[in-house]
Design a protein around this ligand. Structure first.
Ligand SMILES: N[C@@H](CCC(=O)N[C@@H](CS)C(=O)NCC(=O)O)C(=O)O
Length: 234
């Protein structure tokens, strides 16, 4: 069977993995998950006990969760090195370093802002504290990332890699939460423009928006979430 990537909308971090699968170009399927409506139930918990996206159903029908694990699964199959590098090369080391930075500290810095956003009713003082703490954390992680961006077209070298795809789904949360002033990070702003112009990333954005773009032809279509749960849930 073809692997099935469960991606979340709206504004899920899994946008980057959709782009990565598209870029690798091997047959895959997608499954669309409404993160506001489809995840907080027992059925979805049997796919991912933490009730999150992304999730991969591998070509052997196994469930694999966590962005880094799914990216590693794809990297191992990217034999043409379309989104990765020779595993023993310095470029591969730097790619893994940047992916880890983005998936840990950079992503986690947004947590207080998401908590504040999702609070239905809350003490205004608590909300203000969460927002202030969140914005400071996001700004700090932006400072660090800006300093890590080299003089290359993409995070590692001159083509899109898993480091860029790990970043792009999360980086846009800065605008969503009005957390930082984009102009304060010119290297990151230019990098994001290049990543967002990549055809695979544009494809992933269209998919997230609900379109069915033609793409490379590697995507063999969507599988309904109910079918995925029925076939693969633990
Ligand atoms: N550590 C996980 C985190 C995944 C994650 O936070 N997913 C978000 C979407 S980007 C989610 O599903 N959030 C839903 C929720 O927490 O309610 C990973 O890297 O895959």
């Amino acid at each position: 069977m073809e692997p099935i990537l469960l991606y979340g909308f709206p504004a899920g971090s899994s946008l980057g993995l959709v782009a990565a699968f598209e870029r690798v170009g091997q047959p895959y399927r997608l499954c669309r998950v409404d993160m506001l409506a489809d995840m907080k139930n027992d059925a979805y918990a049997r796919i991912n006990g933490r009730q999150e996206t992304p999730v991969l159903i591998t070509d052997e029908g196994r469930i694999l969760t966590e962005t880094m694990a799914i990216a590693a699964w794809l990297e191992a199959r990217d034999t043409q090195r379309r989104i990765s590098f020779d595993p023993r090369s310095p470029d591969a080391d730097r790619m893994h370093q940047l992916m880890a930075f983005v998936n840990t500290g950079f992503t986690a810095a947004f947590s207080p802002l998401w908590v504040a956003f999702e609070m239905v009713s809350a003490d205004p003082a608590l909300l203000a504290t969460l927002r202030d703490f969140g914005r400071k954390g996001v700004a700090d992680r932006h400072d660090r990332l800006e300093a890590m961006i080299a003089d290359t077209d993409f995070l590692v070298g001159e083509h899109l890699t898993l480091a860029d795809t790990t970043l792009i789904g999360v980086a846009r949360w800065a605008e969503f939460h009005q957390a930082v002033e984009g102009a304060a990070y010119p290297k990151l702003a230019a990098l994001r423009r290049r990543i967002e112009s990549d055809p695979a990333v544009q494809y992933a954005q269209s998919v997230e928006d609900g379109s069915m773009p033609a793409g490379s032809g590697a995507c063999l279509g969507h599988v309904p979430l109910a079918e995925v749960i029925g076939r693969f849930a633990a």
